[in-house]
Design a binder for this molecule. Sequence first.
Ligand code: PMP
Ligand code: GLN
Length: 439
Amino acid sequence: MEDRSPCAECEHTRKIFTFLRGFRLFSPREWGTGPPSTLTCVNSDAPWMRTARSAGLVSADGTVRTTIFAEMSALAAQHGAINLGQGYPDDDAPAVVLETAVEAIRAGINQYPPGRGFADLRHAIAEHQQRFYGLKLDPETEVLVTAGATEAMAASLLAFAGPGDEVITLEPFYDAYAAVIGLGGARHVTIPLGEPQFQPTSAAIDAAFSDRTRVVVLNSPHNPTGSILAPEHVERIVALAAQHDAVIVSDEVYEHLVFNGRRHTPVAATPGAAERTLTVSSAAKTFSVTGWKIGWVTGPAALIDAVIGVKQWLTYVNGAPFQGAVAAGLRLPDAFFDELRDTMQRRRDLLAAGLVDAGFVIAPTAGSYFIVADGSDVGLGDAAASARSLAVDPGVVAIPLSAFGRAGGTVSDTALRFAFCKPDDVIAQAVTRLQSLRR
Ligand code: PMP
Ligand code: GLN
């Protein structure tokens, strides 16, 4: 029988609580939710605690924090700071995308869509993969619409990795991966990316694989570093995944934000990869609709069936009136995608120049929304502390890079991630504020 008694610490607090209540010194309301129970014990291995711990959200004193994005956006709102933390654009989606959604709501497309998503969107996703990358997909069996890339990642990881299994990610990594790996009970193994190019070494790639490797998560363009994984590394990872019969889950939400004249190459286009790769993307960054939560995952029918096996118990389906709108977006002419990329590249250049001018040392950004910058030269030390103080003075919010790594890992303690998906004047104002750090 599993031991379900509270841990010593909780038992102690509970005794104090019961004692004080006996004297009517405190009402349960003043204790918030009351004394700790086994379910809420911070020392427990309850799935929610395992998840929080895996994402690095449990403080030394046992308090469980929200995600770094929620925390920093709240801080920005509280102090009226310019929010270059959470990566969401201030721009709106193209008019045709917005209008299609509004019309769909008015036309009554407000009930459950089919489990795999509306056929129109699945076809548009398949057409998009063919048009941009020459990848052929069967929209009936090889495409699944999800509640954002977040659900696509969660369902894919939970479908294939459980207790006793290992999941490899790059490090730094997008926080949700660690959380879901922990929820599923698998072990998280990382391939460190070295500054300033944020590429792995071949030795680190080789060392990450073992007989227990079930899933390899790739993410390029990369959040939080803005790097693009070099083809030789992708090829090496694909070969090792094949050797270990592991599934590759490739998060490509920044596929249309690749700069300097380069073009995105999906991992699934690498020889030998397609048969074991699930490719994840989302409308959020391509159409500036992060609140719509329409994502998708594509790959071999058998892998997609496995993902549906989990996904249908998470949200079942979502976003009926938004699905046709995203299909319209995916069918927009090349000029739309070119303009999005050019706009973001200009903003990257603006922010990069401004950060350098303000005394930061920056890493190159090849894609995504983000620049990694180190403020040691302007007196910023620990990034977790300086991110909080910068929100107050000079009033700019960034995310500490350490939030994307593990305690004791290889991620810098002093680097910050700045998002440049903001209008030029907002970036310029943020830069002016940051320049005050030099004085
Ligand atoms: N993966 C990465 C790398 C991200 O940066 C984000 C944030 N857009 C997501 C997944 C989540 O995407 P969505 O909002 O579509 O769930
Ligand atoms: N993807 C966004 C980022 O990295 C944030 C998503 C979130 O808030 N969970 O900034």
